[in-house]
Design a protein around this ligand. Structure first.
Ligand code: BGC
Length: 265
């Protein structure tokens, strides 16, 4: 299956680089759904740029060998859990510090021999949610917040993503928010759901005061347990659980790879 230069691609590969696993899939961009199973390999330890690039290459190779794979020269979308400015990693809160300053776009483009577009993981999830999921068609500001090892955030205004908004790094009560209210902080401090909800309340009230969103979308692994803490949080904007769950990063990055390619023409 291939696309001519004029046709926007309708399928693309997305890869989600996380702290414990690197996952990839072939994405049907019309529906925002995976075609076939996703493919996962453990994140190497230490997760240096070269080691991670190797695993990304193995995943792309596996996906490319499938019958439904997009044409061999189509761009690959990749998410990374850090600030990504013009393809370069500018932070490393929960990843190997050697990533800071690494041109991830170039590293992976060279390793894969095809164009790669890398973006922040929460931004990818945010794009997936406004295009296909809970934030679809919502006017104003949608904030997608992912609760995981850190706190990721995506700010989308009238459908347009403002990249690299790092709300998890807001300092609230003299602490970086994600060190108190991420899913891993809940486990580390062995918090009850009531105690965790209290910390989230402090975070979300502050964020709402700053940005007046129309909608909060909550993602990350712990969104599966949303029933245990979301009803305890009170904000003005509605709060809903992300629809794309585990695959938001793969879907959002695949979509972005195609958008970036069109903008580059
Ligand atoms: C990073 C963000 C990332 C988030 C979720 C934070 O520590 O600074 O860039 O989106 O974790 O992975």
């Amino acid at each position: 299956m291939s696309n001519s230069a004029q046709d926007p691609a309708t399928i693309a590969i997305g890869i989600d680089i996380g702290g414990t696993g690197i996952k990839g899939g072939i994405v049907d961009l019309a529906r925002g759904k995976l075609i076939g199973d996703r493919f996962r390999i453990d994140t190497p330890k230490p997760a240096t740029p070269a080691a991670v690039a190797e695993v990304v290459a193995q995943i792309v190779e596996e996906l490319s060998s499938r019958e439904d794979a997009p044409a061999a020269n189509t761009p690959v979308g990749v998410t990374f859990p850090a600030i990504i400015h013009r393809g370069v990693a500018r932070s490393a809160a929960n990843v190997d510090k050697s990533w800071i300053g690494t041109d991830v776009d170039s590293l992976l483009t060279e390793r894969l021999g095809r164009p790669v577009h890398v973006m922040n993981d929460a931004d990818a999830a945010g794009l997936a949610e406004v295009r296909y999921g809970a934030g679809h068609g919502v006017d104003g500001t949608v904030l997608v917040i992912t609760l995981g090892t850190g706190i990721g955030s995506a700010l989308i205004h009238n459908g347009v993503l403002v990249p690299n908004v790092e709300l998890g790094h807001l300092e609230i009560d003299s602490a970086v928010a994600e060190t108190k209210a991420s899913a891993s902080a809940r486990e580390r401090d062995d918090l009850s759901w009531d105690e965790y909800a209290e910390r989230l309340q402090r975070f979300f009230s502050h964020v709402e005061f700053l940005l007046s969103p129309s909608l909060f979308v909550i993602g990350g692994g712990i969104s599966k347990r949303a029933g245990d803490y979301l009803p305890k949080i009170s904000v003005n904007a509605p709060m809903v659980v992300a629809s794309s769950k585990n695959n938001a990063g793969i879907v959002g990055s695949a979509l972005q790879s195609v958008i970036s390619e069109q903008l580059a023409v």
